[in-house]
Design a protein. Sequence first.
Lengths: 121, 121, 121, 121
Amino acid sequence: MIGKITWLIPDGFLPPKSTGEQISHEAVCVLNVGNEDADIRLTFYFEDREPMDRFRAACHARRTHHIRLDRLKDSEGNPVPIGVPYAIEVASSVPIIVQHSRLDTTQEALALFTTMAYPVE
Amino acid sequence: MIGKITWLIPDGFLPPKSTGEQISHEAVCVLNVGNEDADIRLTFYFEDREPMDRFRAACHARRTHHIRLDRLKDSEGNPVPIGVPYAIEVASSVPIIVQHSRLDTTQEALALFTTMAYPVE
Amino acid sequence: MIGKITWLIPDGFLPPKSTGEQISHEAVCVLNVGNEDADIRLTFYFEDREPMDRFRAACHARRTHHIRLDRLKDSEGNPVPIGVPYAIEVASSVPIIVQHSRLDTTQEALALFTTMAYPVE
Amino acid sequence: MIGKITWLIPDGFLPPKSTGEQISHEAVCVLNVGNEDADIRLTFYFEDREPMDRFRAACHARRTHHIRLDRLKDSEGNPVPIGVPYAIEVASSVPIIVQHSRLDTTQEALALFTTMAYPVE
């Protein structure tokens, strides 16, 4: 089976400001090339508080899901905190591939960055 | 032989808008350092529809090919959908190295991102 | 245990100029998913002088730390040199994951880049 | 010994245009944490012509070298072609770590991208 079930992303941050029509945001982009749907749990680590571990998402078999972190809510309705450094653990029920990207329009124009997440197992 | 025959890229997106002279686009950049030409098949995965798997490209021996995804057509003349999240599988007849980049001029100025694709086998 | 204890980043640079409210900077983003605090030593390599190896930082258990390199001081109070190419070695007492990002506002708007660091052991 | 002796970078391009004071350029950023100087050979692969393989650079022991590709000349005085897609092979006499970055000021503001190169052996 292709991919890994756990992925880590140290540099997470939701910019509190946007300019123009593009909203600053991050996405955890998942690809599931297998034949089984992926049940995904996301844990957010912080610098000065306990991790938040009640976020869920899905990626169907032979589909991609670009999970928008600015729209994600945990099982109690809490969003991912804005303007605060965090890190992300992505744990899936089946092997997936994970890439993390940010679009930042804090200042004029827009900036993008991306990287493959770090594969654990 | 150097490289891998299958590569995966979860975060694909062709921005529908451009400003200035630079057209927003993505490129799948292939390097073939071997002595045999590479026959390449690209499959695009989506969030809510079946994959499109009839895209072909080539990279000659000891050459690079920066495959522009905004110009690619499949065997039936279909382009890669614009403004829609997708993921990419790159499968080659011989080992290659794959990097994926996006140039986004949706807003003023331009933004770039890149990452090595995820090597499978 | 998850992660590695040594990570390397060849492309380091603190831009001497900023525009707008965003200060140009780099961050070494550390994630520690283990149960033991990480004691971290950073060594900076240069093109034309001896390495500086007296920088320290920490990342508590189950926490992240986005270490701002423009604010870091070594044990003698020296900052990381500005406007000079450098490379970074991150050595930790326990396994961590390391990602490196730069925010550059030298010219109008802002530019971002990021990459996972190179894991050694 | 830390690092690899061969690294590959599929997406190379020197933008022909710059705006503002920042010159569009690429850099192959090398880190040599060993005790022996690195003698480095760079080969550039193209889409439609033979590779150029007479570029040399160095990185001393315990030093970094951010090799500016817009200033590099081969043994016959030829520069790296501008405005043309290429790929890069970096071969070193001793193990090194290689990261590749581009600064693009083709349009207003500046854009940056970076990635670790692909390690071969």
